[in-house]
Design a protein. Structure first.
Length: 148
């Protein structure tokens, strides 16, 4: 344990604290002294006990206001976190939906490609058959013309 000499309201006090906390204790003491002296200057000499009580109440008020703000910020953070989770879920759902749509489009594209290949083969066969029939027709006419 460390000992720290603190001056408050013109009086010296020896306080103990954990090792390494001396500077923090001095900082707290300065803050308390500043509050106390500020109230003493604004309220006048109303007695040390009453000034200590008012100082304590003011510090507790600051503490509770700070705690209230922290709780509000925690709630805001929790709400934001929930909204983020919701948004994240929507993004994953959207991505999954789009992946399924892409998968379906790929299947349709593959199907269209096969259909086009089949149609190409069918058209080539029709053209070959038509060319063959025209050639046969021309040969038949030429042979009939030669006979006559």
């Amino acid at each position: 344990m460390a000992n720290v000499s603190i001056k408050f309201n013109g009086k010296e006090f020896l306080l103990s604290c954990d090792d390494g906390q001396e500077e923090h204790l001095e900082e707290l003491s300065l803050h308390l002294n500043k509050k106390f002296n500020g109230l003493k200057n604004s309220l006048g000499n109303i007695g040390e006990n009453k000034l200590l009580l008012i100082t304590s109440i003011k510090i507790m008020d600051e503490y509770f206001e700070t705690r209230k703000k922290i709780n509000e910020k925690k709630k805001e953070l929790k709400d934001l976190s929930n909204k983020f989770r919701e948004l994240k879920s929507l993004v994953y759902e959207y991505r999954e939906k789009k992946e399924k749509e892409i998968e379906q489009l790929i299947k349709e594209q593959s199907s269209f490609k096969k259909e086009i290949e089949k149609n190409k083969e069918d058209y080539e066969k029709i053209i070959d058959d038509a060319a063959s029939q025209i050639e046969n027709f021309v040969q038949k006419i030429n042979s009939e013309n030669l006979i006559q």
